[in-house]
Design a binder for this molecule. Structure first.
Ligand SMILES: Cc1cc2nc3c(=O)[nH]c(=O)nc-3n(C[C@H](O)[C@H](O)[C@H](O)COP(=O)(O)OP(=O)(O)OC[C@H]3O[C@@H](n4cnc5c(N)ncnc54)[C@H](O)[C@@H]3O)c2cc1C
Length: 384
């Protein structure tokens, strides 16, 4: 079939940070792309994210492929953002601020020593700081601090500004973003994608990218043996504003069970809960209390700030906590989902992998994406 008879080469289902990044990069490579978003672009989980770009802080011995992917995305981030800001004319709030992991008592200090040893053994950039040294860097830290680790290369970005810039850059490059457009089914016949079905419209295309976050496993038309099992993990997050502007904290702070992320403009994000509650996004008094208690114990000055917003989002998780990136069982079907706690970090590298898969690039800068192959779930999806 001649793809030129079709209005689009690629339909991307979902306009979150992942779908928009894939669509922007695909459009830049000359593909005719439409993003179909059932609410507003960037309006679901990506809107709630803290925006930490933190592969080193979050390194876990048993998740080495994820660490490698996170580091690969980190290497791309500064250029990705610079290009995006230039193309969109919008700032993304990319703060190259570094991160401190902090321990508040003897137990937490011991745990930090183990985290230090792990990162050193993996060759990751990390520096042990005495409490007094950490308080020189961040004077707002409580005097009760015991120990800190300086992670200079873990930064942060404002995910809302990022998705706004992505949508603008995509449109500027000639791509289409359609809001209030829910995809009901992927059309597949004879083992090949034919397009997507909306309530009152069929859109034909050669490639369909499933980037529907926590809802990615709900699309009709995808064969059982091609499904990726996704479940939502709820996270509540609190945004504060310092009426006197920026300056209380310069770096991201991470403590046991939570974090404080500066936005660089007087806003601070306190996160986050991890809750298995299906698709519930209620915000609760208990979560607000827990987030404030832990953060204010660490940075007493936060108690003076204004509360802006408490929000909840649904992290798209797979059974092995790794994303599903790449082609599915049917020709023309691609997955970009399951990014769980790392979708903002992994957006640049995911876009590169998916667009590379669509165009048949064979060299992707040494990234081994085999651990993220959607096919690893084939038997799970088939109900085995
Ligand atoms: C509290 C919290 C804190 C987080 N902090 C961080 C962090 O610091 N760093 C980090 O990297 N990650 C973080 N994350 C994770 C990150 O937010 C996610 O991994 C990321 O947003 C996933 O992006 P996405 O585009 O896949 O999903 P989404 O942003 O959810 O986008 C999917 C889109 O698909 C649309 N959609 C669904 N079904 C359909 C359909 N049938 N038709 C059309 N559209 C559809 C939805 O409306 C939605 O807009 C955090 C998450 C939470 C909840």
């Amino acid at each position: 079939m001649d793809s030129r008879n079709k209005p689009f080469d690629v339909a991307v289902i979902g306009g979150g940070v992942i779908g928009l990044s894939v669509a922007w990069r695909a459009t830049q490579r000359g593909l005719r792309v439409i993003v179909l978003e059932r609410s507003d672009p960037g309006g679901a989980t990506s809107r709630v994210a803290a925006g930490m770009l933190a592969p080193v802080s979050e390194a876990v011995l048993t998740e080495q492929p994820l660490l490698a992917l996170g580091l690969a995305s980190t290497r791309r981030y500064a250029e990705f953002v610079a290009e995006l800001e230039e193309a969109s004319g919008l700032g993304c709030g990319h703060l190259r601020c570094g991160t401190l992991l902090v321990g508040r008592d003897g137990d937490e200090a011991l745990a930090l020593e183990r985290e230090l040893a792990l990162r050193s053994s993996l060759g990751l950039e990390v520096r042990r700081l005495r409490a007094s040294e950490a308080r020189v860097l961040e004077p707002a830290l409580a005097p009760t601090l015991r120990l800190a680790l300086d992670i200079p290369d873990d930064h942060a970005i404002d995910p809302r500004r990022l998705t706004a810039a992505l949508a603008a850059a995509l449109r500027g490059a000639g791509g289409t973003v359609r809001g209030q457009a829910e995809v009901i089914a992927v059309t597949i016949g004879d083992g090949r994608v034919g397009g997507v079905q909306l309530a009152d419209e069929q859109i034909s295309c050669e490639h369909v990218v499933v980037a529907a976050g926590s809802w990615s496993g709900m699309l009709a038309g995808v064969p059982d043996d091609a499904q990726v099992p996704i479940h939502p993990v709820k996270g509540q997050i609190l945004e504060l504003r310092d009426p006197s502007g920026a300056g209380l904290l310069a770096r991201v702070l991470r403590m046991r069970g939570g974090y404080v992320v500066p936005r660089g403009d007087g806003r601070y994000v306190l996160g986050a809960t991890m809750e298995e509650r299906g698709f519930d996004t209620t915000v609760t008094a208990g979560a607000c209390f827990d987030l404030l208690r832990d953060a204010i114990e660490l940075v007493p000055g936060l108690a003076e700030l204004a509360i802006e917003q408490l929000s909840a989002g649904l992290r798209p998780a797979t059974p092995d906590n790794l994303p599903a990136i790449g082609p599915g069982a049917a020709a023309g079907l691609h997955w970009a989902t399951g990014h769980y706690r790392h979708g903002v970090l992994l957006a640049p590298v995911t876009a590169e992998l998916v667009v590379g898969g669509i165009l048949g690039d064979d060299q992707l800068d040494g990234i081994d994406a085999s651990a993220f192959a959607p096919a690893r779930f084939a038997t799970v999806g088939a109900g085995a």
